[in-house]
Design a protein around this ligand. Structure first.
Ligand code: AMP
Length: 218
């Protein structure tokens, strides 16, 4: 089973994916995480990527589709992927259809996290994560108990990291990009009958329960 976790920036895609990774051992394929890993290389490509990401725009489809094909063709994760942050426009959705066909796989559900945009700026600007285990927190809604030690995963001397694109000015551009390019692809999947809407305004645990119920019915 492959699924797509879908929704605007700040809807909780990463948070909910990590629950699924831990609970049902799926593989999380986050294009944002793969791009942020590339940023650390300091390469020429990394500089160009950072500029695009900090502007809240989309990175080119060729780069993204290549990253995705590398993973989708990997037998170790075959049919067990949560796509997080992909596809983000119609071209990527069409490319994904082609790759799924090529590697004999399918998408069982699009989990559509529905949230009011009014809360997203606060959710995103408060977002921080553990430098070691990557566990996400929110300075406003879900602060860490201790700054230096991670309560769940025994990470010691960690730092709490904030993404450079998690600031108010970039967020409004990211939401605009989402509305114009990403949201329209839901129709592509609605016509296949696989979109499952989730009320993502509820608490993290309640959202997880809704997703678990959907997955157990697949
Ligand atoms: P995310 O971590 O999913 O919020 O992504 C952070 C940034 O990475 C986005 O604002 C885009 O600039 C870039 N990005 C992530 N996924 C994609 C994608 N599928 N296509 C194009 N750009 C992406």
């Amino acid at each position: 089973m492959n699924i797509i976790i879908f929704g605007p920036p700040g809807a909780g895609k990463g948070t909910q994916s990590s629950f699924l990774v831990n609970k049902i051992k799926m593989f999380q394929l986050s294009t944002g995480d793969l791009l942020r890993a590339e940023l650390k290389s300091g390469s020429e490509l990394a500089k160009q990527l950072k500029e695009i990401m900090d502007a809240g725009k989309l990175v080119s489809d060729d780069i993204i589709n290549e990253l995705i094909e590398k993973k989708i063709s990997d037998p170790q994760v075959k049919n067990n992927i949560i796509f997080d942050g992909f596809p983000r426009n119609l071209e990527q959705a069409n490319a994904l259809d082609g790759m799924l066909k090529k590697y004999d796989q399918k998408i069982s559900a699009i989990i559509n996290l529905k949230v009011d945009y009014s809360i997203l700026v606060k959710r995103i600007s408060g977002r921080i994560s553990c430098s070691i285990c990557k566990k996400p927190f929110n300075e406003f809604f879900d602060p860490p108990i201790e700054a230096k030690n991670c309560e769940n995963n025994n990470c010691e001397s960690r730092e709490l990291i904030k993404r450079s694109d998690d600031n108010e000015s970039t967020v409004s551009n990211r939401l605009k990009t989402y509305d114009e390019q990403t949201l329209p692809i839901l129709d592509h999947y609605r016509s296949k009958g696989i979109v499952k809407d989730v009320d993502a305004m509820q608490s993290i645990n309640d959202v997880t329960s809704q997703i678990e119920a959907i997955i157990s019915d697949l």
